[in-house]
Ligand binder design. Structure first.
Ligand code: PMV
Length: 340
């Protein structure tokens, strides 16, 4: 391996799912129980530098300039092992990763982290892959990372094998001016992460009904996005989020991610839409923070109303983002934190 082309830097955005991925058919390959839909978040991204070093004995990982803890390192190492095995590489890597959004806010960073890691690792080997191939590879690190590789509004088709389970863009980022106003109601780390949650999803009696009906919601959400039909979009997105959380709450052991303030925000969002005509709906991932998806024209009003609800709510906001990209591989740089 040449010492000149073994380093690369890549950036990927986080994403928010409108039809959720919850539960796998195959945990090792992260083949999901159902197909899902998401949009990338322009303002929330991870930038990762990978350098393959022939004389290195072990992989290393820093996150935001500090040495990562053991569990993060093990997960990244397992993903690098997959890349090594599939691309026939036998050396170790130095990995430096920066999130521009505050860590520990419960905003999932694994999607942007593994999408940027995958693209940087592959590029540092001097290889080129199309979006589908990169998406399948990123999926092995974190399911939702498969969606962060592609740009804008993305569909991840579940597939039935490693090569057929990948995500693709179905509408570009400028297709519909939606904004994700994230009501951060808790900064605490989730006790049960999504990888563990996927493994217990099948223990809920509701999971099979959720999975069986996911295809119909996917068609509705896709149609709503393509036709910019906010009413259909809002109704289906909220139902899908509620169904996923119903599965979580009825799994063995049960998982409760909602907090009292999450419910206050969810009820308010429904009221603002039903009685005040604001184009806003909610969806929650594996955490208590509420993603308020709104038409760009209503985002400022939604922010003001959330602030008025409780002084405990912190707000992040993002427009629709692009896909994963390779950046010039400069020496480690300081990432600017997202302004709240
Ligand atoms: O990619 P993971 O394993 O972190 O799972 C993501 C699960 C949810 O965020 C709850 C839903 C989704 O589709 O993103």
């Amino acid at each position: 391996m040449s010492r000149n082309n073994n380093i690369a830097r890549a950036r990927a955005h986080s994403n928010i799912a409108f039809v959720k991925y919850w539960g796998n058919l195959d945990d090792d390959l992260r083949l999901p129980a159902n197909s899902s839909i998401s949009m990338n978040l322009a303002a929330l991204h991870t930038t990762t530098t990978v350098e393959w070093q022939a004389d290195r004995k072990t992989d290393s990982l820093t996150i935001n300039g500090a040495r990562a803890d053991k569990s993060a390192l093990l997960r990244v190492r397992a993903h690098l092992d997959e890349i090594r095995r599939r691309l026939e590489v036998d050396c170790r890597a130095r990995v430096d990763s920066y999130n521009n959004f505050p860590m520990g806010t419960g905003i999932a960073s694994s999607a942007s982290a593994f999408a940027s890691l995958t693209l940087a690792a592959v590029s540092a080997l001097g290889k080129r892959m199309d979006v589908r191939a990169l998406s399948t590879l990123a999926r092995l690190g974190s399911g939702s990372a498969a969606r962060s590789v592609a740009s804008g509004f993305v569909e991840w088709r579940s597939g039935d094998s490693h090569d057929t389970s990948c995500a693709e863009t179905f509408a570009e980022a400028d297709h519909w001016a939606l904004v994700d106003v994230i009501a951060v109601v808790s900064r605490s780390h989730k006790r049960v992460g999504s990888s563990a949650g996927h493994q217990t999803a099948g223990s809920s009696v509701i999971q099979s009904a959720r999975v069986d009906s996911a295809g119909a919601r996917l068609l509705s959400v896709k149609q709503a996005i393509l036709q910019r039909d906010f009413e259909l979009f809002a109704k289906t997105v909220e139902e899908d989020s509620n169904l996923m959380h119903a599965v979580m709450m009825t799994s063995r052991p049960p998982l409760f991610y909602w907090q009292p303030l999450s419910l206050t925000v969810m009820e308010s969002v429904r009221r603002w839409r039903a009685t005040d005509g604001l184009q806003v709906c909610y969806t929650l991932d594996a955490g208590p923070n509420v993603h308020c998806i709104c038409a760009a024209g209503d985002a400022e009003r939604v922010v003001d109303r959330l602030k008025a609800l409780s002084p405990e709510i912190e707000i992040l906001r993002s427009r629709v983002g692009g896909g994963a990209v390779v950046l010039p591989a400069d020496p480690p740089h300081r990432e600017r934190r997202l302004r709240k």
